[in-house]
Design a protein around this ligand. Structure first.
Ligand code: NAD
Length: 353
């Protein structure tokens, strides 16, 4: 066995159907009395309902994707003006991103209730965008003190969002399996995350209100978030961050790039590929990891080509150049010609060979 370092994140997780009922008790546990509720505009009524009976100091229901600085400042000002002593973020990565951005400047404790599978609730990673560029960093202050996972809150998550967000979570697990700072415990967690999500997502695509599948997908997304909470990212996340700068949607970009990024790394990370293929085995038969992921994406009816989600072919070269300038640690060297080929394959949605 290789040498490794393992770091555990200090947080509390409450999981299960109906666990939103424990929100009040969890806020009390934090010693808080004046919560600021955070949601996207579309989920505001669901969030108010979830927090019924709770003492709420204010509601910020203007969370949007990529945490733009102007909106972050408005949220921070509201938190200050209502003298909030904690933030409750109920929603996907965008909403939780606002809780983190407030915590970054104020150290207010965050209680996260994730309703997608993107996994932000488990990480110390924050991101704030300004002028078309997204600044990101890691800070223990932004890690939620408590996370409540309630699958009942995910029953209405639309199928395309569920599928793409689930593939985003699978991507976290895949890269954790070959992370330069990985460890045996994270690998167990990541493989189980892929297994749970790989089994649940096709069921959800057919029966979105299937509580067992929703529970399994949320369990998988917790494991996926846990996988990346202590390990670094590789070429897949690097490319998705770069493509995000071209205005492509977060989860769909992850979904499309993933099989091609795995094909890029296949020969350099054979053990990770074996584990990914094994986790998807029921679905994928004896297919290789990149093919099994590509087949899963196809079966979920997701967009398969970067061309489908707004990427312009002439921008591929610029994206490849940016990606190789400051690569994340990756099992295979990150080189321009090969990365450009990967991007062309993703642009065309080619089946990996
Ligand atoms: P999202 O939070 O933008 O949500 C997508 C849409 O789904 C929104 O319109 C939202 O209102 C809606 N929605 C959410 N839950 C719903 C539900 N249960 N029912 C119906 N509709 C629902 O999407 P996301 O993919 O979760 O998050 C993307 C953002 O999170 C990106 O900005 C990304 O950078 C960030 N992110 C950060 C980390 C991290 O560790 N910091 C990790 C993953 C993603």
């Amino acid at each position: 066995m290789d040498k490794f370092t393992y770091v555990a994140m200090p947080m509390r997780v409450v999981f299960g159907a109906g666990s939103i009922g424990q929100l009040g008790a969890e806020v009390e546990r934090l010693g808080a009395r004046r919560a600021l509720l955070i949601s996207t505009p579309g989920r505001a009524s669901m969030v108010r309902e979830a927090a019924r009976g709770l003492q709420v100091a204010g509601v910020f229901d203007q969370a949007v994707m990529h945490t733009p600085l102007a909106q972050v400042e408005a949220a921070r000002a509201l938190a200050k003006s209502v003298e909030a002593d904690c933030c409750i973020a109920i929603g996907g990565g965008s909403t939780i991103g606002f809780g983190k951005a407030i915590a970054l400047s104020s150290a207010l404790p965050v209680l996260a209730v994730p309703t997608t599978y993107s996994g932000s609730e488990m990480t110390t990673i924050w991101g704030i965008s300004e002028g078309g560029a997204k600044k990101t960093g890691r800070d223990p202050k932004v890690l939620p003190k408590c996370v409540i996972y309630d699958p009942l809150l995910t029953l209405e998550l639309p199928v395309p969002t569920s599928s793409a967000s689930g593939m985003n979570a699978i991507a976290h697990c895949c890269e954790a399996l070959y992370a330069h700072d990985g460890n045996p415990l994270v690998s167990l967690v990541a493989e189980e995350g892929i297994r749970a999500l790989g089994a649940a997502l096709p069921v959800i695509a057919q029966a979105p209100r299937d509580l067992e599948a929703r529970t399994s997908a949320l369990y998988g997304s917790w494991l996926a978030g846990l996988s990346i909470s202590t390990t670094g990212n590789g070429i897949h996340h690097k490319l998705c961050h770069v493509l995000g700068g071209f205005g492509l949607p977060h989860a769909e970009t992850h979904s499309i790039v993933l099989p091609h990024a795995m094909a890029y790394n296949a020969a350099a990370a054979p053990e990770a590929m074996r584990r990914i293929a094994r986790a998807l085995a029921k679905d994928a038969g004896s297919a290789s990891a990149p093919v099994a992921l590509w087949e899963l994406e196809r079966r979920l009816g997701l967009p398969m080509r970067l061309a489908d989600i707004g990427m312009k072919e002439p921008d591929l070269e610029r994206a490849a150049r940016v990606a190789v300038q400051a690569p994340y640690p990756n099992p295979r060297p990150v080189e321009y010609v090969a990365v450009l080929e990967l991007l062309h394959n993703a642009y065309q949605g080619k089946k990996p060979t």
